[in-house]
Design a protein around this ligand. Sequence first.
Ligand SMILES: C[S@@+](CC[C@H](N)C(=O)[O-])C[C@H]1O[C@@H](n2cnc3c(N)ncnc32)[C@H](O)[C@@H]1O
Length: 237
Amino acid sequence: MAHFKQTQKSRQVKTMFDRLSGHYDLLNRMMTFGFDSVWRRRVIEKGSLPPGGRLLDVGAGTGDIAFTALQKEPTVRVTAADFSLGMMKKGRSRPGRNRIPWCSADALQLPFADGTFDAVTSGYLIRNVANPLQAFQEQFRVLKPGGGVVCLETSPPKQNLLRPLIVFHLNITIPFLGRLVGGNQAAYTYLPDTTRGFMKPDEMVATMQKAGFESVQYDLLMFGTMTIHSGRRPEKA
Ligand SMILES: C[S@@+](CC[C@H](N)C(=O)[O-])C[C@H]1O[C@@H](n2cnc3c(N)ncnc32)[C@H](O)[C@@H]1O
């Protein structure tokens, strides 16, 4: 039954991103007021890649993190993996695309050998997968010992003075933009729904530790609505 539910969720998510792919980048910039590119640069910095190192970006979508990595660290070798062909097709129309191998892959069953990469990144992936622990376990497996994991995600709004504004942005502005730009309000009610019900930052730390990572920590961004979690595969694991 659990496996059936996982497969069903994966199918729904894949179809949704295939449909959204044409508008995804523009909507992302609008929803985050352009800050997402700053956060993606932070993700690459936190990966601490060695010169010429190998980076895997899982749930790469149209490749924002992969392209940012190449801009910031031109010697790195980046692989972009996603199960939405629509999103990757869009990414493959961008300048610099030929420097990135685009790989059709499920984040819950990565088609790479153990210990392949120096760093694994993901942006807004974990909220979408049917089994976050399994996704982190796969990232752990494909990392070299000592390699870094970095995860950019949304975070449920905290109880504070800004909460009403944040809730308004999530519940009203984002679905409105989704309808205006993409003609697809439903897909952008999915974002607030999944954000509200998603793990709190400390729960994400616990999940990453359970997957085997050490030195797990996080930064809160944009009034606590975004997080960057990072950790390391131990040298002796
Ligand atoms: C919100 S988008 C983020 C794209 C990109 N990482 C970014 O930062 O803009 C989430 C991406 O994760 C992909 N995704 C979701 N679940 C996945 C899974 N189980 N395996 C592979 N890709 C998945 C979706 O297809 C989509 O492209």
